[in-house]
Design a protein around this ligand. Structure first.
Ligand code: NFS
Length: 656
């Protein structure tokens, strides 16, 4: 590392920017080593106030035009675009990009699936054929008398329509509750293929195209739904068929999962295939032998971010941390290789990796990074790439010169609650269904369900908002389901253990203790938010909680979001009927017509709605108030009080 930069004073105190002790320790070390990270850049780069409010339009050469957020209707862009048009177009483009990311990922999973089914890709198999049958039937394929290969081939063709279908409705619309679908049809938002929706969204946000914010938001909803019930859902389902459907497994998280005397390899990204092949390579006897010859006790494979979250729930592979810790983990000096594929990979990793002589290896043709080594990952010969990564890591281990400092935090949790497992867990083998969950909501033991998901963001204290929000929710008997970086924050805080039920309110605690489950259920990566949609659909179909997703006592949150994918996710939850609260910042000006539409108008049309608060307690309050509002509308608001009175009565009797 750069000697002149040594002992450079950080523009912040580590404890002020993160509640993750391991990350804080590494930020202390970063200051000693003269290394800068996203936390440093966030502290020194002020967010542009006009861009922050989305009051800037740069879609043509007459601009960029900047309107005044203090007086949003005081002026218009050169073409005459109003603040509502500008904000709606910017927002729509975020949704389109996020949808494109998930759909591109889902489409490449489908390519992989087809290759495996046709026998062209030989390193993977169909691991979960029960899931294959269930998915095929859910999209109307008659599986009677067909071989798994036959039904899988048919499934490929049907699911491809998720992306390419030019008119009509995408296949997984079959899973949407009838009344929710009715609302979508009424408002013309049932998605066609994602390619079509994204293309139309981009076209409609060009200069001189759609300049009516209600109409832009309609296409925005259609595009986002092609992600949630399309691109993302296919990624999840194909991932399960190829690599197995998650079921609860005990896992270890935090930087303490690194081992000083092992060759440490980190996989960070989003597509499970690189990681699955890496699992094979690190167990390859010749490579294990080579690692031992180099003086290591073995090879230690660890995940980060979303592909880490998938491997965590499928195989219990340890996880080193979430998005805001990816640079910090390299500062340990213990990482012998970091291999990445696509999405959420900071370019800043290159310079941090260089400081510690850690090979940073890109593997996907869609995501090269200047200064990183590229080793192409080809599904037809995956081990060629993953073996080479292991060899590079062994060589770095052998030549480790810099001191290693591994934070000792290691937390244990239970993760892997797929929506299929939730019904089994609560219903048992013989009456596997969502009825017990619905019953517990109706009788008030569980007040409602909240999905707390999404990124971490160096603009806010890492993990703090996630953890505070979730604590507040479970204390109020709200069962929490989680994906992505958010679940890693809670796992590090120790809240994904069955023992953490003591932190829950009396009703939720009783359910958790009876079943032996944590009050916070980790279910996978960000594309696995589709599992939450499926759980919602099951709750509606099971009965007793209304006719549409919008009737359910549920809410969603992405308290520390940063990516456009998060906006796409947020909007497909809103369009599906869920009240969804975001933290950090929201690209919108309050008091405008566009704001009114997203935060109130959509709900009046039968959808969900957006909410915003940077404060976790306020956020919890908003979500709980919404859950209570839905309980009241369902006529089950009295149940909670009755249950509490019954318990008190019982106690009185016992005392007597
Ligand atoms: Ni999802 Fe954010 Fe990225 Fe995963 Fe983490 S940052 S939107 S949680 S890794 S996609």
């Amino acid at each position: 590392m750069d000697k002149e930069k040594k002992e450079k004073k950080a523009p912040f105190q580590p404890k002020d920017v993160t509640t993750c002790e391991a990350t804080a320790q590494m930020l202390e070390k970063a200051a000693r080593d003269g290394v800068t990270t996203a936390f440093h850049r966030a502290a020194t780069m002020k967010a542009c106030p006009i861009g922050k409010d989305s009051a800037c339009c740069k879609h043509c050469g007459m601009g960029p035009c900047r309107l005044n957020s203090k007086d949003p209707y005081g002026k218009v862009g050169v073409c005459g675009a109003t603040i509502d048009t500008i904000m709606a177009r910017n927002f729509a483009r975020m949704v389109a990009t996020g949808t494109a990311c998930h759909s591109d990922h889902g489409m490449s999973m489908l390519d992989l699936f087809r290759g495996v089914v046709k026998g062209e890709i030989k390193d993977y198999t169909l691991k979960d054929t029960l899931k294959l049958e269930a998915v095929a039937e859910s999209v109307g394929i008659d599986i009677e008398g067909k071989t798994h290969q036959e039904m899988a081939l048919e499934l490929c063709d049907v699911l491809e329509r998720t992306y390419t279908q030019v008119e009509g409705e995408i296949p997984f619309v079959s899973r949407v509750p009838e009344k929710t679908l009715e609302t979508w049809r009424k408002h013309g938002v049932v998605p066609r293929g994602a390619m079509r929706e994204i293309m139309e969204m981009l076209a409609r946000t060009h200069i001189g195209m759609d300049q009516e914010y209600n109409n832009i938001v309609q296409q925005c909803s259609r595009t986002a739904l092609s992600d949630g019930w399309g691109g993302s859902m296919v990624a999840t389902e194909i991932g399960d068929i190829l690599f197995g459907t998650p079921s609860p497994i005990s896992i270890e998280v935090n930087m303490g999962v690194l081992k000083e005397d092992h060759v440490n390899i980190i996989i960070h990204g989003h597509e499970p295939n690189l990681f699955e092949s890496m699992c094979e390579s690190v167990n390859e006897p010749t490579l294990v032998e080579a690692a031992k010859k180099a003086g290591a006790k073995g090879i230690n494979l660890v995940g980060m971010c979303c592909s880490g979250a998938e491997m965590l729930v499928r195989h219990g592979i340890p996880h080193a941390g979430n998005f805001s810790s990816t640079e910090e983990v390299l500062i340990t000096g213990a990482v012998d290789a970091m291999a990445v594929d696509i999405q959420c990979i900071k370019q800043g990793l290159v310079s941090v990796a260089a400081c510690y002589q850690t090979p940073l290896i890109t593997t996907d043709r869609r995501c090269h990074i200047e200064g990183a080594v590229h080793v192409h990952f080809d599904e037809r010969n995956p081990k060629e790439c993953t073996d080479e990564i292991v060899i590079k890591a062994i060589s770095r281990f052998q030549n480790r010169k810099l001191p290693v400092e591994i934070p000792q935090q290691r937390n244990i949790g239970v993760h892997g609650f797929s929506h299929e497992y939730i019904q089994y867990m609560l219903g048992g083998t013989f009456r596997s269904s969502y009825t017990p969950l619905n019953d517990n909501i109706i009788n008030g033991r569980i007040r409602g369900v909240a999905g707390v998901v999404g990124c971490t963001n160096p603009r806010v204290k890492q993990d703090f908002v996630h953890v505070e929000l979730v604590k507040e929710l479970i204390k109020n008997d709200v069962l929490v389901v989680q994906t992505g970086c958010s679940q890693i924050a809670l796992a590090k805080a120790g809240l994904t253990t069955p023992e953490s039920a003591v932190l829950a309110g009396p009703g939720l605690r009783e359910v958790c203790e009876t079943v032996g489950m944590p009050p916070v259920l980790g279910i996978g990566s960000c594309v696995d938010n589709s599992r939450i949609l499926m759980a919602c659909a099951e709750m509606v179909k099971t009965g007793g909680l209304g006719d549409s997703i919008a009737d359910l006592p549920v809410a969603g949150a992405a308290p520390e979001w940063m990516s456009e994918k998060a906006i796409a996710i947020g909007h497909y939850f809103v369009a599906s009927g869920v009240f969804t609260v975001f933290g950090v910042t929201f690209p919108i000006i309050e008091g405008t017509k566009f704001h009114q539409l997203l935060f109130e108008g959509l709900e009046a049309q039968g959808f969900g709605k957006w909410g915003f608060s940077a404060d976790p307690h306020e956020m919890a309050k908003m979500m709980i108030a919404h859950i209570d509002k839905k309980r009241k509308a369902l006529g089950i608001d009295k149940a909670r009080e009755r249950i509490l009175m019954d318990m008190a009565d019982r106690q009185k009797l016992e005392v007597a």
